[in-house]
Design a protein around this ligand. Structure first.
Ligand code: PNW
Length: 476
């Protein structure tokens, strides 16, 4: 039995969800089992040159077969909630037609195991794995895909709604639209700014239609949410030109989602900035913005680092590096349609293994801003850091940098709560080391180390520290 923990110095509200997060393609493996067909990420990863070292999610960390062990580890750490994603091609392989029972059975078994251990499941419907057949029919730039997504949401909600109390529609639609169809560093790897903007609208529409579909099949007590990687944008200087650069990036980075979801529609400045690329009056049909604006219960924020921008000008080696680290990846194509010439800067040079600057004030500022602008209950659905961890000779993984990163960001969450934001939970990215998209297995975000040869799991020092935070209900 545990001795009662001393009162925490930085306390969190009762019922605060202490979580960790993953996504299907990054951990499950079993890419061709039980009726699962390829998604755009299978196709992309199997295309030479797209993912570092030719890595794929074919096996990943074999969570599909090891979920019982993984849930036991979560329980050992005392997690009260777990955020994962449902693989669309496991549930509805072609993106059309009835659900596959064997696919649903995996998520029934996973959620049963979570619930047996007192861990509350949070399911994401779409963490980037579009069925390849739907990409071949045009993908997200095509309006029909939004309707297909809502149908899949209804199937999943009807089958699993009795056991999953919190549902999120999309994870980071900014990445799906602008890395997937703009810069091309994510699947499907297309590079057309007009298509990227069309994808953005159809992701929004898919979200709204899915919220409607979920409300019809979920129990009244279920909560519906979305996870957005909203950029905390800061102008490099206070000049009008730099503030204008920040306005442009906020428009196409953030307000393109939050405008129609929470404020009734797309802002005029966003449409003006991109009018040379798409005809918004043709793209957005009457009723679309109302559909996208269906009320949701919680807003999920994924936060890693702030974004510093300045007016178009001479790009430097430093700004090229900053641009890469803001998602441009290794691409000559921009992920900022209509604002390609804005210059990016690193907020500071205290960086993670991704090269992402560590600045937790961006998280408290983001949460405070979202609370002020939208007044919704919030969750931090992702926050965490990659570092170059190694298993030491003592068999332990010492990761003081990750521990420090998480501590700073939990303090920032507490600051936002103290300032009045209604933050309901925190999901550390990630529970396990996993397939880090274009970086393959080269970047480790887990609080649990995975040996990719043996699939052996080893909780890192940061995991043991997080367990202690959870036991105390806050920071010592
Ligand atoms: C998020 N960017 O991805 C995802 O939701 C996770 O699946 C991922 O593993 C995690 O963050 C860490 O990368 C992002 O370049 C990928 O701006 C790229 C960017 C942002 C988020």
């Amino acid at each position: 039995a545990h001795t009662p923990a001393a009162a925490p110095r930085v306390a969190f509200p009762p019922g605060f969800a202490w979580g960790a997060a993953t996504a299907a393609y990054q951990i499950e493996g079993a890419a061709a089992e039980d009726g699962r067909t390829p998604s755009i990420w299978d196709t992309f990863a199997r295309t030479p040159g797209k993912v570092l070292n030719g890595d794929t999610g074919d096996v990943a960390v074999d969570h599909y077969h090891r979920f019982r062990e993984d849930v036991r580890l979560m329980a050992d750490l005392g997690l009260t909630s777990y955020r994962f994603s449902l693989s669309w091609p496991r549930i509805q392989p072609t993106g059309r037609g009835p659900a596959v029972e064997r696919g649903l059975d995996f998520y029934r078994a996973l959620t049963d195991t979570l619930l047996e251990h007192g861990i509350s499941p949070v399911a994401t419907l779409y963490h980037w794995d579009l069925p390849q057949d739907l990409e071949e029919a045009g993908g997200w730039p095509v309006r029909e895909t939004a309707h297909r997504f809502a149908e899949y949401a209804a199937l999943a909600g009807a089958a699993l709604g009795d056991r999953i109390p919190v549902w999120t529609t999309l994870n980071e639609p900014w990445c799906s639209a602008f890395l997937g169809y703009g810069s091309g560093v994510h699947a499907p790897g297309r590079t057309n700014p007009a298509d990227a903007l069309k994808a953005a609208h159809h992701l929004n529409l898919g979200h709204g239609l899915a919220v409607g579909a979920l409300r019809e099949v979920l129990p009244a007590s279920a909560k519906v949410a979305v996870s957005l990687n909203l950029h905390l944008v800061r102008p490099l200087t206070d000049t009008a030109a730099d503030r204008e650069a920040a306005r442009r990036i906020e428009a196409v980075g953030n307000r393109i989602w939050t405008g129609p979801m929470f404020k009734g529609g797309y802002d005029a400045d966003l449409k003006a900035d991109t009018a040379h690329l798409v005809d918004w009056d043709e793209l957005v049909r009457p009723g679309d913005e109302a559909e996208i604006g269906r009320p949701i219960d919680l807003l999920g924020l994924n936060y890693y680092n702030p974004t510093v921008v300045s007016a178009p000008g001479e790009a430097t080696a430093e700004s090229a590096e900053a641009a890469r680290n803001d998602g441009h990846g290794d691409s000559e194509f921009s992920c900022w349609p209509g604002s390609e010439d804005v210059v990016f800067h690193l907020a500071n040079d205290d960086v993670t293994a991704m090269g992402w600057p560590i600045d937790a004030t961006g998280l408290s500022d983001s949460l405070a801003g979202l609370h002020r602008d939208f007044g919704l209950p919030l969750m931090v659905t992702e926050n965490g850091a990659a570092f170059e961890d190694e298993v030491g000779p003592d068999g332990e993984v010492h990761d003081p940098e990750r521990l420090r990163y998480v501590r700073l960001h939990l303090e920032a969450v507490a600051d936002a709560i103290a300032a009045g934001a209604d933050v309901r939970g925190y999901y550390l990215w990630s529970f396990l080391d996993n397939f880090e998209w274009a970086y393959g297995y080269s970047k480790r975000f887990g609080i649990v180390h995975v040996d990719y040869d043996t699939q052996r799991r080893t909780p890192k020092a940061s995991a043991r520290w997080y367990a202690e935070v959870i036991r105390r209900g806050g920071l010592a």
